[in-house]
Design a protein around this ligand. Structure first.
Ligand code: SF4
Length: 338
């Protein structure tokens, strides 16, 4: 059972604190008929895509490092358990998408599914909003990038097969034991690898997002993750460093780390600070998702070495626009997260 635990919302004048044990949380679904745009334009120069679609807000997978948590504060909720349990469902997303693409198809080179949520969170099994949006993309012949942690994506093989799409599985850890403290309600790494294989067997382009790299925790796993992904049919890969852009996210991440990995917290936070000039975050474009130390450069070298050794596809064959990093032609930042 989870208990309410939200860092104060920076947009609220007041915040409440429970004295003693806070009450348990419960899942709440808020259906919304979106009236605004469903396609979001990204203006950050170091994020590797321009347009994204999110049919949901909030994410039940509850990754402690999720950079999308602070977006929940714009809705008046908290970045902690609110993000995991108050899920907004944009029930008219496919219709909105069709209308927008009718007007703007020529200005949109590709669409990415994922940014403020996982497009295949469990609710998608019944709402089918991502599925129907993908059908719209197929209709408009628009290239699509998907980042997910969920095997539910396999359900949509029939749609994906005929589309110009790459599905990236976000798999930063090899085992459940390593994943659980950071991704408590996400499908197991093994389940993600299995789904990757099924898509690849169905001739759907798949990749691995080795992201986030949590210094002093999973950086040594880069070769094994790439190798396993390759053996499960992946032809693309990218990685990025852990990014904790807001105070609320840093507070939540640190608190969960203290709770779940008390013997490792100092090592992890100190290693992260070394990458960020003594802070837990860097907000400079171009540096936000990369590190500064030799340790990070080693991680990059490791990634590039095994990327080439295993024969992953080179930059020019990427269907989704990828931001090049100065220090390496191969390391990718499709998303600044997740
Ligand atoms: S990182 Fe992805 S899967 Fe995890 S909580 Fe965030 S949106 Fe969901």
């Amino acid at each position: 059972m989870r208990h309410i635990n939200n860092p104060p919302n920076p947009y609220h004048k007041y915040s409440a604190e429970f004295l003693g044990e806070p009450p348990p949380t419960k899942l709440e679904i808020f259906e919304e008929t979106a009236t605004r745009k469903i396609i979001t334009k990204n203006n950050s120069p170091d994020v590797g895509f321009d347009f994204s679609v999110n049919c949901y807000r909030g994410c039940i997978h509850a990754c402690t490092y999720c950079f999308a948590r602070p977006y929940h504060e714009f809705l008046g909720y908290g970045a902690g358990t609110d993000f995991e349990t108050k899920i907004v469902v944009k029930t008219n997303a496919p219709e909105l998408l069709r209308e927008e693409l009718k007007r703007a198809r020529r200005t949109i080179d590709s669409l990415n599914f994922s940014f403020t949520t996982d497009p295949y969170l469990p609710l998608e099994a019944s709402y089918e909003l991502t599925r129907n949006c993908l059908k719209v993309c197929r209709e408009f012949k628009i290239p699509v990038g998907i980042v997910t942690k969920s095997p539910l994506v396999v359900r949509d093989i029939d749609v994906l097969r005929d589309a110009d799409v790459t599905v990236y599985f976000s798999i930063p850890f090899l085992t459940v034991e390593q994943s659980k403290p950071f991704e408590p309600f996400a499908p197991t790494p093994e389940a993600r690898f299995r789904a990757m294989k099924i898509l690849a067997e169905n001739k759907i382009s798949v990749g691995i997002a080795v992201a986030p790299i949590i210094p002093a925790y999973n950086d040594a796993q880069i070769p094994a993750l790439l190798e396993k992904a390759k053996n499960h049919g992946a032809t693309k890969a990218f990685m990025s460093l852990l990014r904790l852009p807001t105070e609320s996210l840093r507070a939540y991440f640190t608190e969960r780390l203290a709770e779940r990995l008390p013997t490792k917290i100092d090592k992890i936070l100190n290693a992260l600070k070394r990458e960020r000039d003594g802070k837990l975050n860097s907000s400079d474009f171009g540096n936000r998702m990369t590190g500064k130390t030799e340790q990070w450069q080693l991680a990059v070298k490791l990634f590039n070495l095994h990327y080439r050794r295993l024969g992953f596809e080179q930059e020019k064959s990427e269907p989704v626009k990828i931001t090049e990093q100065k220090q390496t032609p191969i390391q990718r930042s499709l998303f600044d997260f997740s």
